[in-house]
Design a protein around this ligand. Structure first.
Ligand code: SAH
Ligand code: SF4
Ligand code: F3S
Length: 482
């Protein structure tokens, strides 16, 4: 992947930028000098690789890191055999942590052959002291570590790395800062994620996110709309509004900017050039009637709601601190389906939460059958140090594993049946890329988030086309352009 200057967002400093933004532009300039020197030394443009380990918010942060790296003179590449490699980590489950440590070992091999190489780590895992201790002890080849709250300081931290041979560690416990207008690169020219809020205040008892992402902060509506207007003018057609719980957007905004998520969504739909609007994630406890109405009345809003269930057992939901019941969740699903025909509902489910019995899982399976999800992401509970659930009585794998398998079977059966309901219809599809396995096919996304593969050439990438859905293959369709 090679990126032109056009792909860099807000790369020019606005006159009304904040002091912090101005300061960071000063460091961008300084770092550009260092990269220039490196370029002379190497006799070629140095390369940088950003690896995303986590969710959509993590991916959006990676685009911010790439924006800075490109702005200071690196060529962005996908291979980790680069001059600068940064891992943007996730710690939501233990296997995410393990993947990072595994890959770090592999990177040390590359660095031995390339001593000028720099390795950096950032993201959610770095907000945990135990990870930092482990890296300090066993991964001495890392040059820079920072966390989720000070990512806006990346250019400044890079300068420090260029000026020092030590391992630089800068982790903040929390922040109330939102720094706007720094360079960003988009992975796709035609679609983009947009942060509307940061952090989480829900403290579901299994979840590490509120500890590593800090308190909930909403971005100002005018900054959000300004960014979307810019993106639309730069060719973006589909956007995804990002937050851990978008339904609580607006809390804590100054009075003159007060706005609910439903109001924000409706405003966003008014931006010319934006054809489709998605959002992630909706907490069932806060999904308002107003929001359902805005979705129903606005063609631009995608017919897809990701509504994490986590469990169908009232007792477990209570212990998880989720603030809804099996009955209220199912009622909500019915209400959404009644008011938004054709909507797809997807979900997340955890199996093996402390104290969960076979009959609790029966309740979850019952919800899966009744709610008829289009897709469900199922996870085995992973104990996260520091969360309330970590000190509850844990469930042995001999109980959780068979329950997980039992649930997965039902999820797959119901989702397959449910997803096939569009067969024969013509859908508006945003073409995203050439099919990974068959270059004669294109891959596009329907409003309800389902993928469809159909014959076509690369000139259609980034366009909306009408596709007839011929056959459903579980979670995707094959079709033909009409
Ligand atoms: N903010 C989003 C989800 C963020 S994490 C929400 O509230 O829905 C994404 C998913 O990871 C969660 O929905 C949950 O199903 C899963 N998850 C979070 N913590 C987990 C843990 N400790 N073990 C297993 N799965 C977990
Ligand atoms: Fe985690 Fe719950 Fe916040 Fe989602 S809402 S990020 S699951 S604490
Ligand atoms: Fe992972 Fe952090 Fe997202 S823990 S799921 S990258 S908010």
């Amino acid at each position: 992947m090679s990126l032109s200057n056009k792909d860099i967002l807000h790369a020019v400093l606005n006159n009304d930028a904040s002091e912090e933004t101005k300061l960071q532009f000063h460091y961008i300039e300084k770092a550009t000098g260092y990269v220039d020197e490196l370029k002379k030394e190497l006799g070629r443009t140095p390369t940088a690789c950003v690896v995303t380990f986590g969710c959509q918010m993590n991916a959006r942060d990676s685009e911010k890191l790439m924006g800075i790296l490109a702005k200071i003179g690196y060529e962005i590449v996908e291979s980790e055999d680069a001059d600068f490699v940064i891992y943007n980590t996730c710690t939501v489950r233990d296997n995410a942590d393990q993947r990072v440590f595994g890959r770090l070992g592999y990177l040390s091999g590359i660095k031995k052959k390339k001593p000028h190489m720099k390795i950096a780590l950032c993201g959610c895992m770095m907000q945990e002291e135990s990870s930092i201790e482990k890296i300090k002890k066993s991964y001495r080849h890392v040059d820079l570590i920072f966390g989720t709250h000070n990512i806006f300081k990346f250019a400044e931290l890079l300068c420090t790395v260029f000026e020092s041979d030590r391992m630089i560690i800068d982790i903040w416990k929390d922040t109330d800062k939102i720094v706007e207008d720094l360079p960003i690169i988009r992975k796709y020219p035609f679609k983009s994620g947009i942060n509307i809020m940061f952090g989480c205040n829900n403290f579901c008892t299994y979840c590490i996110v509120p500890y590593v992402r800090g308190r909930e902060r909403s971005r100002s509506p005018k900054d959000i709309i300004r960014e979307i207007e810019y993106l639309a003018s730069d060719g973006v057609k589909e956007i995804m509004l990002l937050g851990q719980n978008v339904n609580s957007y607006g809390k804590g905004l100054p009075e003159d900017e007060a706005m609910s998520f439903a109001e924000l969504l409706s405003e966003v739909c008014k931006v010319d050039g934006i054809k489709r609007v998605r959002f992630m994630t909706s907490h069932p406890k806060d999904l308002s009637d107003d929001l359902i109405k805005v979705i129903a009345e606005n063609e631009k809003v995608a017919r897809h709601i990701h509504l994490p269930l986590q469990s169908g057992s009232d007792e477990i939901l209570k212990k998880m601190n989720r603030h809804y019941t099996k009955e209220s969740y199912l009622k909500l699903v019915d209400k959404i389906k009644a008011q938004i025909p054709d909507v797809s509902i997807t979900t997340d489910i955890i199996v093996g939460f402390p104290g969960e019995t076979d009959s609790d899982v029966d309740e979850t399976i019952d919800v899966v059958k009744k709610a008829q999800f289009d897709n469900a992401f199922t996870f085995i509970y992973s104990k996260r140090t520091g969360t309330p659930a970590a000190s509850m009585e844990q469930v042995p794998e001999s109980v959780s594993k068979p329950n997980f398998d039992r649930l997965l079977k039902v999820v797959q059966e119901t989702a397959k049946e449910r997803a096939s309901r569009f067969t024969g219809r013509v859908e508006n599809v945003l073409v995203e890329e050439i099919n990974e396995h068959d270059p004669s096919l294109l891959t596009g996304r329907m409003s309800n988030n389902t993928l469809v593969h159909f014959p076509g050439d690369s000139s259609l990438i980034g366009e909306f086309v009408s596709v007839k859905l011929l056959e459903c293959h579980g979670f995707y369709y094959t079709g033909e352009k009409i």
